[in-house]
Design a protein around this ligand. Structure first.
Ligand code: BTN
Length: 324
């Protein structure tokens, strides 16, 4: 959407239920009333309900439930994250697009879509991305050694969890990156890295939130273990407000990650963890580790205390809770 259209929406939103005349809008933007009329006509085609009253002006009655960039940008309080937004109705995977463009786009760019045909999950799994969710990828370019990349996943999990808790749900983090409510998964995070020898070039943080996804739309294998914010709250969430809050929180945590000791992030992560203290089985490509999850290391690895009292560090793997 061009800047004038975004500005018109901004002006009408700020006016609330009061009408703003074409003349006033035109004067603010330095364009004619006729041009304002044409822009308003185009804006209406995108699903905005705008009442036009002759001699009085335009009133914004409702905005579409779409993750349009201009909607996200109005009132977005970040310095960097979400300043550049690539929006799609349907894609194969936002992570794939973000990886393709990462070298050319600035840090903080997001790729967002209403649906994904081939949403990707961790460890090669499929990520179901039906309408009503929030499916997006954030491009990051931190100057960190490759071995510290897993820390970013923890940073993201913490930011999502804190944001969701503000909605009034008891969100908790299951290591490494699932966000659960009452034991069911509401969000998944897929971090993909491109690195040169030892240093990270860019990192794509793919975040999928089952915001207003209908539970009956989940495929059989994940139906039992998944939930949505709408189901937990008993009403749909405002996806635009949620993504704005999340981008803000992600940026705050990212700044903290770059400027403070990682132990500060770890202690907050542990306080919101669903995993620490539980008996777990972690499957890695090399081995299966069984024991009690007791902590997180400096690298972002899970510390598991085994039956033989050894402490094993797991940097990546599938974590299952042992039923007691
Ligand atoms: C997981 O398996 O828990 C990770 C799921 C990550 C899904 C998100 S949705 C947006 C982004 N694009 C993808 O293809 N995957 C991630």
């Amino acid at each position: 959407m061009n800047d004038n259209k975004t500005e018109i929406i901004r002006i009408l939103k700020a006016a609330g239920n009061k009408a703003v005349s074409g003349q006033e809008i035109g004067a603010k933007l330095g364009i004619t009333r006729a041009m304002v009329w044409k822009y308003v006509r185009d804006i209406k085609k995108e699903g905005y309900d705008i009442q036009s009253s002759p001699k009085i002006g335009y009133t914004l009655l409702s905005t579409p439930d779409m993750l349009y960039p201009e909607q996200i940008k109005i009132g977005l309080e970040t310095g960097l994250f979400g300043k550049e937004i690539l929006y799609y109705d349907e894609v194969e995977s936002t992570n794939s697009i973000a990886k393709d463009i990462a070298a050319r786009y600035p840090e903080g760019t997001i790729v967002i879509a209403e649906t994904q045909k081939k949403g990707r999950g961790r460890l090669g799994s499929e990520w179901q991305s039906t309408p009503g969710g929030i499916w997006f990828s954030l491009i990051l370019k931190p100057s960190i050694p490759l071995e510290y990349a897993p820390r970013i996943t923890l940073v993201a999990g913490l930011a999502v969890t804190k944001t969701l808790r503000r909605l009034g749900v008891d969100a908790r983090i299951k290591w490494p990156n699932d966000v659960l409510i009452n034991g069911k998964k509401v969000c998944g995070i897929l971090t993909e890295v491109d690195a040169e020898v030892e240093k990270v070039d860019y990192l794509v943080l793919g975040i999928g939130i089952n915001a207003n996804v209908r539970l009956k739309d989940f495929r059989e294998e994940v139906k039992e273990s998944s939930t949505s914010l709408e189901a937990e709250l008993g009403k749909p969430v405002n996806r635009i407000e949620l993504i704005k809050d999340l981008l803000y929180e992600l940026e705050q945590q990212y700044i903290k990650f770059k400027t403070q000791q990682f132990s500060n992030i770890v202690s907050e992560w542990i306080s919101l963890s669903d995993t620490i203290g539980k008996e777990v089985t972690v499957t890695t490509p090399m081995k299966i580790i069984e024991g009690k999850a007791v902590g997180i290391t400096e690298k972002g690895a899970l510390l598991v205390k085994t039956k033989s009292n050894a402490k094993e560090e797991v940097i990546a793997g599938r974590c299952r809770y042992v039923k007691t």
